[in-house]
Design a protein around this ligand. Sequence first.
Ligand code: URA
Length: 238
Amino acid sequence: MSNPIRLQKFIAQCGIASRRKAEAYISAGRIAIDGQITKEMGIRIIPGKNKITFDGKLVEAREQLVYYLLNKPKGYVTTLSDPQGRPIVTSLVKESKARLFPVGRLDLDTEGALILTNDGEFAQKIQHPSHGIDKTYEALVKGCPNKEKIALLERGIFLEGKMTAPAAVSVVAKVGKNCLMQITIHEGRKRQVKKMFAFIGYPVLHLKRTAYGKLSLGRIALGDFRQLNPSELNKIFL
Ligand code: URA
């Protein structure tokens, strides 16, 4: 149960109306507390305890929407529970009481940028193919693909019965006999990056997502996270 808050604030938080409109509804006698119409403006109610109705219909508390960018470490699953008892990504954001879930998935051994939120609508929107949001990865691959192989991945390959969409692929650095590659894709097929490099004969040794749209991981340490503000959320769609 939460702390007492002003009735008009509660109504606004529930997404029924702005605070000013809520005040107008209270004055108009359209709001009831536990079945009792009230026109008392400053009255405080306890969300979860008092039953608030608007024109007789229950007004339900809505969890405040929150958004986090997490640098997922290896060994964490991006599901909400795991039959094998492995740790789940949302357990890393201890400060939040919200019912967070990850947007999309990363493999158990993949690190990097993962958005966690309790906003189902937003999660659906950013994953919808119509938005084609870019996801950028750094992949350490075994060996170093030549220009032809890279061009193949960029144009698209036939993977599990379907062509992959055009991708941007480049060599970031040579690491001994291996290469650190950058790849940007806007599809989200299961294990897609690993499958694409495996297809051209250069298996992925280590994979990290560095950006989601124009939202980069930046300096967030492995296992750490930060809250995103609304303007940063827009960066995802740029
Ligand atoms: N592609 C993969 O192969 N694995 C991931 O975790 C994400 C993209």
